[in-house]
Design a protein around this ligand. Structure first.
Ligand code: Z5A
Length: 207
């Protein structure tokens, strides 16, 4: 089973992905947590490029780099666990590319990007995707509280509020189109309330 977590930066999705990992681990034979971009030696190096504020990367090249890091992660880490029947928890997966590079940067329309991602992931697809949804204002306030006012943003975080509004709207559009896979969670609630909502939904999927 593959469970992915999506949302804008600061939504609280990593917090929830890790909570779910901790909750499922004691009762699961094989479980893997991965976060994108990264998770393999190659993908971590690509991550350094993608987040480096000193680099100017053109939008289509950015989309290909995120996809390259993902392809390596799927082949090296996700596929083996998935094929043995384990659970994989993805802190971001290909929907991030559709939302950020498609909706945010406008590199290509969602349908083209989704079809391309089928090739990138070799058809490996999540059974459930939790979209932890918050407003851009809530996300920004949380990140400011976490980082402090002096921290410098990485290359992706330098995009302005209107970029993150487009990313959020693209996620909501994707979720509306694919209600069978997506579950939208109100991320503005407390950590415990968000966790409970995810856990409640997951009961319908777990054996
Ligand atoms: N990106 C892309 O453009 N295309 C792609 O294909 C992929 C990624 C895969 C990766 O950054 C960047 O790459 C990201 C998307 C882009 N860019 N942006 N901008 P990253 O890996 O460094 O980080 P991230 O994945 O975007 O987010 P994160 O740092 O892991 O944050 P988060 O998952 O959204 O939130 P969090 O860490 O769980 O929580 C943030 C803070 O809020 C933290 O202090 C928590 O304690 C707090 N929090 C969490 N939940 C709550 C609740 N419920 N209430 C109050 N406070 C909370």
């Amino acid at each position: 089973m593959i469970i992915s977590f999506e949302g804008i930066d600061g939504s609280g999705k990593s917090t929830q992905a890790k909570k779910l990992m901790a909750r499922l681990s004691p009762t699961t034979d094989e479980i893997l947590y991965v976060r994108e971009p990264g998770g393999t030696d190659v993908s971590e190096r690509v991550r350094s490029l993608l987040l480096d504020p000193a680099l100017h990367i053109f939008p289509f090249a950015e989309m290909l780099l995120f996809s390259a890091a993902r392809s390596q992660l799927v082949e090296e880490k996700i596929k083996p666990v998935h094929s043995r029947g384990g659970i994989v928890i993805c802190d971001r997966f290909f929907d991030s590319t559709v939302a950020y590079q498609g909706g945010g940067r406008g590199v290509a329309e969602s349908g083209w990007l989704e079809a391309f991602q089928r090739t990138v992931t070799a058809g490996v697809w999540p059974d459930r995707t939790y979209l932890v949804d918050v407003s851009v204002t809530v996300a920004t306030d949380r990140l400011t509280a976490r980082l402090g006012d002096n921290a410098s943003p990485d290359r992706m975080e330098q995009a302005g509020a209107s970029f993150f509004e487009r990313v959020r709207q693209t996620y909501l559009d994707l979720a509306a189109r694919d209600k069978g896979r997506y579950c939208v969670i109100d991320g503005s609630k407390s950590e415990d309330e968000v966790e409970a909502a995810i856990w409640s939904d997951l009961q319908t999927l777990l054996p």
